[in-house]
Every structure is written in C-alpha cells, then in structure tokens.
Write a protein that binds this ligand. Structure first.
Ligand code: NAP
Length: 540
C-alpha cells in the first residue's frame, strides 16, 4: 500500500536503533514505503554511540530484544545475562540481515529539520546533505536517552588530551597506562569505572551525587539456561508485557515491607539479592510508594556498600543521602564499589569538598587541587525524553518547534502524539513510561502501524492530535507522578524529571502508572478508533 504518490515516502523516521528497526519491519509488512535516517554510521541507536568500556544492557538480554519473530528468538544466542554493546549491536544487525531491512536505512545522514507543510499535508524533512525529502508521516525513533548533556566548565576547550562525552568514545581509544578523569557518577560511570580501572594507570571519578547502586551479578549463559529461556519465550514475552516496568519479572509479591516483621524484611531482601532490578519489584510492593519501606530498602543497599568498600571515608562519600531510592534511576553494579579498593582509583567529592573550578590544559582544577590527566570523560548524562526531539527543528502546523512547545512543560498524548503536530508520531516520547525499552518500543510501533493503516484504509489525509487529550494525559501523568517517591527527583537533578538540565524547569516526563497499564491504554485507543485524534480528508 503506497499512500501518497506526490511524496517521496509514506513514512520518514529518524533513528536506527531498536525503535527504527522495529518500525521499518512492521510498516514494510503493512505495505508502506519507509525511509529511516540516522546520523550514526552504523545501526544500533544507543548501541552505536555508547561504546565506552563496560557499556552493557541493564535489562537481562533475553527480554531486552525484539519479539516479533519467533524464529529470531530461537536462532539468536545471548552469551551473557546482560549483553555488552558489541553483542547487542551484532544482534540488531542480525535482525536487519534476516529481514533484509537495510535498503530502508540511510546512515551517516543527519536530519536537520522536519516541517509540516499545511498546503501539501506532507512533512518536509531536510538532511545534512542539503536534500529535502517528503513524507506523509514523520516518526521520531530517536530514543529516550540519546542527546548528551555537555557541561559548561570554563576551559573545557583548553585540555590538551582527548576530552569527550561518554557516548562519544573515540574509536580505538585505549586507556592502558593512561591517567583518566571521569566527571559524573551515574549509570555510565558505574559501568565504565571497573573496566577502565583494569588497565588505566590511574582513574579519578569526580562525583556530585552518589547513587543507590544495585548489583548486576553478571553471568554467562549456559546451554541449560538458554534452553529454559527458549522453551518458555511466550511466557517471558507475556511477563514483560504485563509488568509495570516492561520487564520479564514475576508479578508483585503481594506483600508490603511496612507490614512485615523487620527480621523477615531483611531475610527477604537478602534472599532476593541476586542481581538486576528484580530486587525492587520481587521483594515488596511498597518500596516505591511508601517512604518508610523505601528507607528500609535504601538502608539495605547502603549496608552492602560497607561490605564492599574497605575505606570508611569512601563508604561515607559513596552513600546516598537525603533522597529516596529511585528518585534517581539506580545503576547496576559490575564491580563498581570494589573498584574503589584499587590503588589506582580515586573519588573526589565535587559537591561539598572541592567543586570543579575549571578545566586546564593538563587536567581538572578543583577549589583544592589540580588533577592531571591524559584523558577526560564527561559522563554527564543526557537530555532524556525531549533532548533529541528538541535538537532538530521539528515544526508543526503553526510553525512552532517542539522546543518552543515544551519550554515550560513537555506535554504529549501517551508519549506518542504532540498536539499541533499532524501526522507525527514519537516512539517513547515524553510522558511515556520508563520501562524495558524494547517492550515499550514494540507496543508503540504496533500502535503507530495501526494508526497509519487506519488513515490509509479509510482514505484520510491528516490527523490532528487533540489539545484536550494532551491536557488530560498530562494531568493524569502528573497526578500519578506526584503520588510516587520519584517526584523527589528534582532535589537530586534526576533526568527522569529533566532536573539535570540547566536553564530548564523540572517537569513531569515519565508516566509512572505502570507500563502494562499504559500498553492497555494504547490498545484501547486503537480499538476505539484513536479518539485522541481528529481525522480529515483534503477538499480535493
Ligand atoms: P546520569 O545518570 O544522568 O549521570 C550523570 C552524572 O554526571 C551524574 O553523576 C551528575 O551529577 C554528573 N554531572 C552532570 N553534570 C555535571 C556537572 N556540570 N558537573 C559535575 N557533575 C555533573 O547519566 P548516565 O550515567 O549517562 O546515565 C543516564 C541514563 O542512561 C541512565 O540512568 C540509564 O537510564 C541510561 N544508561 C543505561 C545504561 C544501561 O542500561 N546499560 C548504561 C548507561 C546509561 P548529579 O547526579 O549530581 O547531577
């Protein structure tokens, strides 16, 4: 089915990661003519950019994958519980090969702007090579966490050695024998530090806020485990689809920590201390809702820091204070705490003891010391949810950009539509849930495919997302957000509230009502004919 013969494509999308790959397959199967642009020179999305040592998934690999093909689920073998970036990228290339998706993809091509043309009813998409491409539908498949935050330290351009954001690790850069400074102590640093420390002569982490770090407990896949997974994939997929964070975890255990005797709480915490976020969801139901229960979980995690880190002063520095577990997204530990027991690893408190003053030609100058380095890594995080969408000039029916629309609040309808932007979809945009991303992506892609199919089979030219539906979704999302402990993220610069961005007000970016409930809402919307949209045909 080709929708509009005056356009170059039916659908143009940006982003060649899980979202773009899944979208290309489903839309092509539905008969549409699709083009995907990505500025990276390789497919993989996050996994084409985040190639720092230790970069790996934090979801377990066997459900951090696309599930539309039973054959691929059986044919592909994961080597570990959490796969590294190379393996995840190789998996995505395998999917591309298997379904011959490559012709739809144009890599090394930056989309600079996308403008809805009210006269033609098409999106004009301008790429970095100066070309303009037209499509009836424009889709963001750019990922929730892709646009970096680059800090504005004075002197940042003066440093003589390599200095780069963690998601721009230079090809082939080897840290062996080098002195490495890492600014930031989030999920990226938690993964990177143990790997870098193995060969660097010296590593210094500059930390502002310590995190609650849960154990990953990485392990190799065994033939028995792989068989068990492959024999039970339908159940695994259903578990992820029906979980509040889109993870293939057991359902909530049906008990609260606050109603459980303290010794029993400790026993259950200990028994489930087996790696992954499972610990939060399979122990008690009230850890993210009750301050008292959250404190018990926080205390348990910090007691584990003491077991792992030898120096009591470092334990103190690494212990999160003054905010609840999950107000910031907890990282998973692959030897992070143990790395601080090494002689070549140092931690500098840049919040209370010695803030960074500037970057010099030779290193990082704090209020107390000059730390000299060969390499500086800016592991300073991302403009989550909105950053990639705002970095491109995406202009809707009234000519305004998404950046202008979202100056004060980043409203959407289910993270998929933005009012004022006809025939435009976002995959996991602002106010979608924070969840195992492939699960959310697949639900979004199925929904978008249904919407485009309806448009084309019923002969519509344009859909308009309703302002009222957007206001209702945003209010609903804010109401739920404010009932959770995650609402305290603004105290600690959480990217889940955009509170890590200078010059922007913290805002509600995440739907915390449960990914499974959100997926139900998408289905309800499709089944009832997309009531959030008004459909029209051009007069001609
Ligand atoms: P992050 O969690 O936002 O951490 C950024 C770090 O940089 C924080 O420690 C922050 O300090 C610090 N920072 C930012 N600006 C600074 C400045 N101007 N001066 C000093 N310190 C500064 O970013 P991330 O570690 O890249 O992780 C972001 C998210 O990406 C994760 O939460 C996760 O969802 C995703 N991620 C996933 C994986 C995975 O699943 N495998 C791996 C890595 C990342 P404050 O905390 O004080 O602001």
């Amino acid at each position: 089915m080709s929708t509009n013969h005056s356009a170059d494509y039916d659908v143009i999308a940006v982003g060649a990661g899980f979202a773009g790959i899944s979208l290309s397959y489903h839309l092509r199967e539905a008969g549409f003519n699709v083009k995907i642009f990505d500025r990276a020179d390789e497919v993989g999305g996050t996994w084409a950019w985040n190639k720092y040592p230790g970069a790996a998934t934090d979801s377990e690999s066997y459900y951090y994958c696309l599930t539309f093909s039973k054959e691929v689920l059986q044919e592909w073998s994961w080597s570990k519980r959490y796969s590294g970036w190379e393996e995840t990228q190789a998996y995505l290339k395998f999917v591309m090969d298997k379904f011959s998706l490559w012709p739809m993809f144009q890599m090394s091509t930056e989309v600079e702007s996308a403008t809805f043309d009210n006269d033609t009813g098409l999106w004009n998409v301008q790429t970095g090579d100066g070309k303009t491409h037209t499509a009836k539908y424009f889709v963001s498949a750019m990922g929730m966490i892709s646009q970096p935050v680059i800090p504005t330290f004075s002197g940042i351009d003066r440093f003589a050695g390599p200095i780069f954001h963690s998601s721009r690790w230079p090809d082939g850069l080897d840290v062996a024998g080098k002195r490495v400074g890492i600014i930031g102590a989030g999920a990226t640093t938690v993964q990177m530090l143990p790997e870098v420390a193995k060969t660097a002569s010296q590593v210094t982490v500059f930390q502002r806020t310590p995190n609650f770090v849960l154990p990953a407990m990485q392990k190799d896949m065994t033939p028995e485990w792989e068989k068990e997974i492959k024999d039970n994939y339908d159940e695994i997929i259903a578990k992820a689809r029906n979980h509040m964070f889109g993870m293939a975890f057991e359902q909530p255990p049906g008990r609260n920590a606050v109603d459980t005797p303290p010794e029993e709480v400790q026993r259950i915490f200990e028994e489930h201390w087996k790696g992954s976020f499972r610990w939060v969801f399979e122990t008690f139901d009230d850890l993210l809702g009750s301050a008292e229960a959250n404190q018990m979980a926080s205390d348990f995690i910090t007691s584990k820091i003491k077991e792992k880190v030898n120096d009591p002063e470092l334990v103190e520095l690494l212990t999160p204070k003054g905010y609840p577990l999950f107000a910031k997204r907890p990282p998973l530990d692959h030897g992070y705490y143990e790395a601080y027991n090494r002689d070549n690893v140092k931690l500098v408190d840049i919040k209370d003891r010695e803030p960074i003053q500037e970057i010099t030609e030779t290193g990082i100058q704090t209020t107390e010391n000059l730390y000299e380095f060969d390499i500086i890594v800016l592991a300073t995080g991302f403009q989550a949810y909105t950053g990639a969408l705002e970095a491109i000039d995406i202009r809707g029916a009234d000519g305004h950009t998404l950046r202008e629309k979202w100056q004060d609040e980043s409203k959407s309808i289910m993270g998929v539509y933005a009012s004022g932007y006809p025939n435009f979809f976002m995959i996991t945009g602002p106010q979608a849930p924070f969840a195992n991303l492939p699960t959310s992506i697949e639900q979004n892609v199925a929904y978008i495919t249904d919407c485009i199919t309806k448009m084309e089979t019923e002969g519509y030219d344009r859909f308009e997302p309703s302002q009222q539906a957007e206001d209702e979704w945003s209010e609903h999302t804010a109401e739920i957000h404010n009932q959770t402990l995650m609402a305290q993220g603004d105290k600690v610069n959480s990217w889940m509230m955009g509170a890590n961005l200078e010059k922007r007000k913290p805002r509600v970016l995440v739907y915390f009502g449960g990914a499974h409930i959100y997926y139900d809402k998408l289905r309800e919307s499709a089944d009832s004919g997309f009531p959030e949209l008004s459909f029209s045909k051009s007069a001609a």
